[in-house]
Each structure stands twice: as structure tokens, then as C-alpha cells.
Ligand binder design. Structure first.
Ligand code: NIG
Ligand code: FE
Length: 409
């Protein structure tokens, strides 16, 4: 494997450590000026400042005095789906709500129909293009959920696509099973039977094939209530699938409290998370994975990120890339919204999209910061400092992306 020296880094900005940061620590980012980073066999071996001498055979990249950060971690995506749902834009503009569109046969069900029609090859090709685009925007690690198959064959197909992509694409991808995304139309009159199918048929096969690490449930009015979510997450635990939960996205029905009680690794969305939900997350050591581009697209309010930081809940931020509530895969836009809408500082936002994102998928010992021992995943920005990437929006400010010590953009 080739070795790489990145020199002439004007400013290296990175959180430090191998675990999620909370409270004031969320904003404790290390700034190193006039820096260099050495990567050997894909792993960072040296970080320092000054003018290093290149070793024999080492490839040298000149960062041109620009900003360097860790590669971005997108800890929440629904990467695998057939089709798109641009037709729902008109319905939205005519005042239909997300749940009204879903109940009218649009929403997750319509993406499920398209996903069931697509072959493994088609889904792989489509998602591979999305991964290329994500990487071009600075993302080097991604979480990807199933959840648009909603039948054993198609949920396994989606997870197999994720496995194929993780094997073939430069991106690191962590898989989450989300059979409990919606009760599909054929089980609408018999939701208990669908839940049984998820827990007793899909989960054992997912576990047997070793194709997912996490189990996620859409806990919401009209999808899965708290008791159903509890049952599904408990069942997943028996198969070694750690709980994640879509909670308090539209209505606060108790999802964040359930996340705290169950010790979920993360709770997602939390747009309308109440104070008692925040308390439960803090007590349960749950990472809040916030998805501001979804709030933007839904025209919803923004999660109470500052209250979460103040309460000692580690905050991560991700895209939620999916064909419905967030057809956006650009983590730079998430960074902008983190500052402008959550009112988090650039340092807190950087931690949210790197180290805390990594912790939300149990990868914080491998990625999420630039320090010896971590994977050589970095972004060289066409920017002089961290404030600049938080303040400019609408442009792609990535100059270069380095993944496991290889220049991929
Ligand atoms: O995270 N909330 C549930 N799932 C996705 C949306 C799925 C869809 O609209 O297709 C989300 O927002
Ligand atoms: Fe989601």
C-alpha cells in the first residue's frame, strides 16, 4: 500500500479521541496551524506542525495552506431505494403534509413499490452513484439502512446491496436493518403479523447472514407506536442488532424516552423532542443524531440542539438522505444548517459531523478525527478556516478527499 504525506496544511481542525463528545467538550476542537499528516498503509501515523521531510516512496500532497478536517461521517442515510418522489413536491406545495401524502399511498410505500421492482444490480448501480456524489462532498463513512423492501426477500436484497457496495466502493458503509420503517400495504389490516414477520423471519436471516449491525424503527404516529417499537428493538437485541430509533420526528409520542430506557446507541431526528426526552437521552447515554436537512425539506421546526448540548447529550448530525423527507446527500449543507438553524458553533458542528457521527455507528475508534491510529480519511477544503465552510453555502468547497490514505477526489 502506498504512503502519503499531506503537507502545507494551513489549519488542521479536528476533534480528538475515540468516543462521542458532549457538553462543552463537543466544542473542544483542536486547531493545529502549519500542519502535516502522514498516512501509512491507510492509517494515520504522524500529525505535526512544521515542514516534514518526505520518506522514500511517499506520495506528497500539498494542501496549499488550506483547511483540513477529518472525512465527514454521515451516520444516517436511507441509501437503498428505487425511483424518486419528485411528484410529491406539487402535493406539498398544495399543502399536503408528510403523513397525508404517506396515507394517500405516496411516501415510503411508493418507494417500497419501486424498490421491490428493482434488481440487486440496479440498486447497486444507483446507490454507487450516490456514494460517489457523497464522497465528492467530503463524506468518507456512511451508515445505510434497508427499509424500502418491507418484505423478507427485498429487505435482504437491500442489505446485500449495502454489503456489495461496502466491498467494492471506497466508502466505508455500516448497515442498519429497518424492516420496521412502515407496515406495508398488504399487512395494513394485520400489523401484528407484519411485526411478527420482522422479528421472527427477517431478523434471524439478517443475523445469520451477518449483513447488519443495527436495528432501526420508525416510532411515530401512523407507523409504529412505542410499545411496538419496544417489541421490535428487544427482538433485535436477541439477534445482536443494536437499537437505533427514529423518534420525535413529527409527533413526540415517547420515542426518545424509549431510546433512553433501552440504551439505544442513537436516537434520530428528535425534531420535537420534549425536555423529558432530552433527559432520557442524557440518562441513557444515547447519541442524538440530528437531521437538519429533513427539517428544512419538510418545512418543520429544528431539533432543540442547544438544549441537548447543554444537557450533556452528544449531538451528531447527518443527512437522512432518502427519496422522501430528504433528497439531499450533501453534508456541507448539514454543516451550514447546524450553525444557522441549531445555532451550534462551528466547532460543535465539526464534532457533530465527524467524531460524534462516528460514535453513533460505533466507529469512533477508527474514524472521525485526525490523529495517529485512525484511518487516513481527510478532506482538504478550498477554505482558509473552519468558519468559512460553515458560512458559505450552496457551493461544493471540497478541494480534495483522501480515503484510507488514497486521494479519491
Ligand atoms: O428518516 N422517517 C422515516 N424515514 C425517512 C423518510 C422516509 C421517506 O419519506 O421515504 C426519514 O425521514
Ligand atoms: Fe431517516
Amino acid at each position: 500500500m502506498s504512503n502519503l504525506l499531506i503537507k502545507n496544511i494551513g489549519l488542521l481542525a479536528t476533534p480528538m479521541g475515540t468516543a462521542a463528545k458532549s457538553g462543552v467538550q463537543q466544542g473542544a476542537v483542536q486547531f493545529l496551524y502549519d500542519a502535516f499528516v502522514r498516512i501509512e498503509d491507510g492509517i494515520i501515523t504522524e500529525v505535526g506542525s512544521g515542514k516534514p521531510r518526505a520518506k522514500n516512496g511517499e506520495t506528497v500532497v500539498d494542501a496549499g495552506g488550506k483547511l483540513v478536517t477529518p472525512g465527514l461521517v454521515d451516520a444516517h442515510t436511507h441509501l437503498i431505494f428505487g425511483g424518486w418522489r419528485q411528484n410529491e413536491l406539487g402535493m406539498k406545495l398544495h399543502g399536503k403534509t408528510y403523513l397525508e401524502i404517506q396515507n394517500a399511498g405516496g411516501g415510503i410505500q411508493s418507494s417500497t413499490n419501486a424498490t421491490r421492482m428493482a434488481t440487486e444490480e440496479e440498486l447497486t448501480a444507483k446507490a454507487s452513484l450516490a456514494l460517489d456524489e457523497m464522497m465528492a462532498f467530503g463524506t468518507t463513512t456512511v451508515e445505510a439502512k434497508s427499509g424500502y423492501g418491507l418484505a423478507t426477500e427485498h429487505e435482504l436484497k437491500a442489505l446485500q446491496v449495502i454489503k456489495n457496495l461496502n466491498d467494492r466502493h471506497a466508502m466505508d458503509i455500516v448497515a442498519t436493518f429497518m424492516g420496521a420503517h412502515l407496515v406495508p400495504k398488504e399487512y395494513k389490516q394485520n400489523r401484528k403479523e407484519y411485526i411478527r414477520l420482522v422479528c421472527e423471519e427477517m431478523m434471524p436471516l439478517v443475523a445469520q447472514q451477518g449483513i447488519a449491525k443495527y436495528n432501526d424503527v420508525f416510532c411515530e404516529a401512523d407507523t409504529f407506536d412505542v410499545e411496538e417499537a419496544r417489541q421490535i428493538l428487544e427482538a433485535g437485541k436477541k439477534y445482536g442488532l443494536r437499537p437505533k430509533i427514529h423518534a420525535d420526528e413529527i409527533e413526540a409520542i415517547g420515542g426518545s424516552q424509549l431510546a433512553g430506557e433501552m440504551g439505544a446507541i442513537s436516537a434520530e431526528h428528535l425534531i420535537v423532542c420534549p425536555p423529558e426526552g432530552i433527559e432520557a437521552l442524557a440518562k441513557g447515554g444515547v447519541i442524538a443524531c440530528l437531521l437538519p436537512a429533513t427539517s428544512f425539506n419538510l418545512g418543520a421546526t429544528f431539533a432543540p440542539a442547544r438544549d441537548m448540548v447543554n444537557a450533556g447529550v452528544p449531538v451528531a448530525m447527518a443527512t437522512d438522505f432518502n427519496p422522501g423527507s430528504c433528497p439531499c446527500l450533501n453534508m456541507q449543507f448539514v454543516i451550514n444548517l447546524g450553525c444557522l438553524k441549531y445555532r451550534l458553533t462551528p466547532e460543535e458542528v465539526l464534532t457533530a459531523v465527524t467524531l460524534n457521527g462516528a460514535a453513533a455507528i460505533d466507529m469512533a475508534d477508527k474514524v472521525g478525527s485526525v490523529e495517529p491510529g485512525k484511518r487516513g480519511d481527510l478532506v482538504i477544503w478550498d477554505a482558509p478556516d473552519l468558519d468559512y465552510i460553515c458560512y458559505r453555502f450552496g457551493s461544493n468547497l471540497v478541494k480534495s478527499v483522501i480515503k484510507a490514505g488514497k486521494v479519491v477526489k
